[in-house]
Ligand binder design. Structure first.
Ligand code: GAR
Length: 197
């Protein structure tokens, strides 16, 4: 079994999906820590399940954010899952957790990734580009922004009458599946390898 730290910034529906999968034994890992970079509803979801939570306000921590997160997770978590986490991780945490941090992104990377591409901005760009297919990606986190090796993607079709909200709803449905599937893949990849904790 692996220990996971989940990093969030928002409503935490993907966190909820992970927690449901843990509860149903669909994944072998358990969530030991939830960290947010701002006040958000996802923290309430974690608290309701009795999980240790931290809010490290990104505006207060600024350049110290990544190192402070690293301090919190390094003796506790085997994997870090970014489930709607909107700050960019830098520095030692990327080395310490190489190939053990995954991020969920609401587009089919490499399309519509990079700085400023998050949440509705992504879906707006998809509409403006008249894409007929979009989706979500789970990828390893490296030094770039949304550039790490892709683990899996799930697609949805974009209908001509779709608005941002429609695309968001369709993509989120797939995200809730994708994030759990990606964790399962990590578990398989690391099975037999000594856990770091
Ligand atoms: C998700 O759609 C996720 O893909 C996106 O934030 C949302 C969080 O939803 N992440 C990014 O845009 C990262 N670049 P949630 O808080 O309900 O899980």
């Amino acid at each position: 079994m692996f220990n996971i730290a989940v990093l969030i910034s928002g409503s935490g529906t993907n966190l909820e999906s992970i927690l449901n999968a843990v509860e149903k034994d669909e994944i072998k890992s358990k969530v030991v820590l939830v960290i947010a970079d701002r006040e958000c509803y996802g923290i309430e979801r974690a608290k309701k399940r009795g999980i240790e939570t931290y809010i490290l306000d990104r505006k207060a921590y600024r350049d110290e954010l990544s190192d402070s997160i690293y301090e919190l997770v390094k003796d506790k978590a085997d994997f870090i899952v970014l489930a709607g986490f909107l700050s960019i991780l830098k520095g030692d945490i990327l080395k310490g957790y190489k190939d053990r941090i995954i991020n969920l992104h609401p587009s089919l990377l490499p399309k519509f990734g990079g700085v400023g591409m998050y949440g509705d901005n992504v879906h707006r760009a998809v509409l403006e580009n008249r894409e007929k297919i979009t989706g979500c990606t789970v990828h390893f986190v490296d030094e770039g922004v949304d550039t790490g090796r892709i683990i899996l993607q799930r697609t949805v079709s974009v209908d001509y009458e779709d608005k941002i909200e429609d695309i968001k709803r369709k993509v989120q449905r797939e995200e809730h599946i994708a994030i759990v599937e990606a964790i399962k893949k990590l578990e398989v990849a690391y099975e037999g390898i000594n856990q770091c904790i």
